[in-house]
Design a protein around this ligand. Structure first.
Ligand SMILES: [Fe+2]
Length: 358
């Protein structure tokens, strides 16, 4: 593995959002992707050597390599192009789970045209919403599996996820893609999309529960959602799952109105919403599926040393094997040293600077 600090040649402006993670000359993280660059920070950055961070791997890791990703693209043309960000740049999920999900969703999309021509219309007229729907279906599949959804129940969940925003076909693009904040009238129009989705799809022979999930995917655990203000178990389990997948994908994807957040920031936001916005049970199921410290993540240990995650294994998700790159003073270490946190109780991970955050 080669660790590269690449100088950033950019004149920073106060108020802009960080396009990528920024590091100082020693590799210390200065600012994470998506965070605001204040005027004083911009002035500071313009005077310093600011770097982005790259890795070049020579050893195998448990993420998808270019060849296997190319074969996924070939085999699953309906799904894979949209899943690149969520998997390949984040390594958030185990590869086998990713393959299962892609396979399942790809087949379902193929049959979806028999059930509803609107999905094809979504693909051709609302590209952002289409990609989002596929991503939400992937995440819903993964959460559903963790909650022991099987067979027809799992199929209905993923179908609901693919169609959850179908009502956005009736929302003008000027409102959907507005770069700034929505005014009250525009927000009221957006809030009609679950009901419009049900109206659009009610003539199709969709399996039981799909319409309800479409209607309820913006309901919140504490009753603060829309359109009906339902709470807790009055919300269909599949709608509870889609709500979480929906928010996670919206946060981690670039939108006209915000830059994507690193997945770990998004996970923190979801965790904060557990028990208020989201079902605690579903949040736990989601967390149980993610690789907390995927290979290549840059982490800081309690000793102050900084390194990259080489490998982790179940069930030791929080105790991966780390290769130390910098000592506690921030000096680069020439000789490779590897620490297996599952066997070394004196060391633990203090912070993580996410690899995919650039
Ligand atoms: Fe929605």
């Amino acid at each position: 593995m080669r660790f590269i600090l690449d100088p950033v040649h950019h004149q920073f402006q106060g108020g802009e959002l960080a396009y990528q993670d920024y590091f100082d000359h020693r590799g210390a993280l200065l600012l994470g992707k998506g965070q605001e660059i204040t005027p004083s920070l911009a002035a500071f950055f313009n005077e310093q050597d600011i770097n982005s961070l790259y890795y070049e791997w020579t050893e195998s890791c448990n993420c998808l390599n270019d060849d296997s990703y190319a074969s996924v693209l070939l085999n699953f043309p309906l799904t894979a192009p949209w899943l690149h960000l969520i998997y390949c740049e984040t390594s958030l999920f185990r590869p086998e789970l990713f393959f299962q999900a892609v396979n399942f969703i790809d087949q379902l999309i193929e049959h979806l045209s028999d059930l509803s021509s609107d999905f094809e219309l979504l693909r051709t007229s609302k590209e952002i919403t289409y990609k989002h729907s596929v991503n939400v279906a992937l995440l819903s599949y993964i959460i559903g599996k963790a909650m022991n959804f099987k067979g027809e129940k799992l199929r209905r969940l993923v179908l609901s996820a693919l169609l959850h925003d179908i009502g956005k076909l009736d929302i003008p693009n000027e409102i959907l893609n507005k770069p700034g904040a929505l005014n009250l009238d525009e927000f009221a129009i957006i809030q009609t999309h679950p009901t419009r989705g049900v109206e659009r799809t009610s003539n199709f022979l969709l399996p039981e529960g799909v319409l309800t999930a479409i209607l309820q995917h913006h309901e919140r655990w504490n009753g603060s959602g829309y359109p009906q203000g339902l709470a807790e178990k009055k919300i269909l389990p599949s709608a509870q799952i889609i709500a979480i997948a929906d928010v996670f994908d919206a946060l981690t994807t670039d939108r006209p109105y915000h830059a994507a957040l690193p997945p770990y920031h998004a996970l923190e936001i979801l965790l904060k919403g557990s028990g208020t916005d989201f079902s605690p049970k579903v949040i736990q199921a989601f967390l149980s599926t993610v690789q907390l410290y995927p290979a290549n993540s840059l982490v800081t240990l309690n000793s102050g040393e900084r390194g990259v995650v080489l490998q982790f294994s179940y069930p030791n998700l929080t105790q991966p094997i780390i290769q130390i790159l910098f000592d506690s003073d921030g000096n680069s270490i020439e000789k490779k040293r590897v620490v297996d946190l599952s066997k070394d109780s004196s060391h633990f991970i203090l912070t993580i600077q996410y690899r995919g955050a650039r």
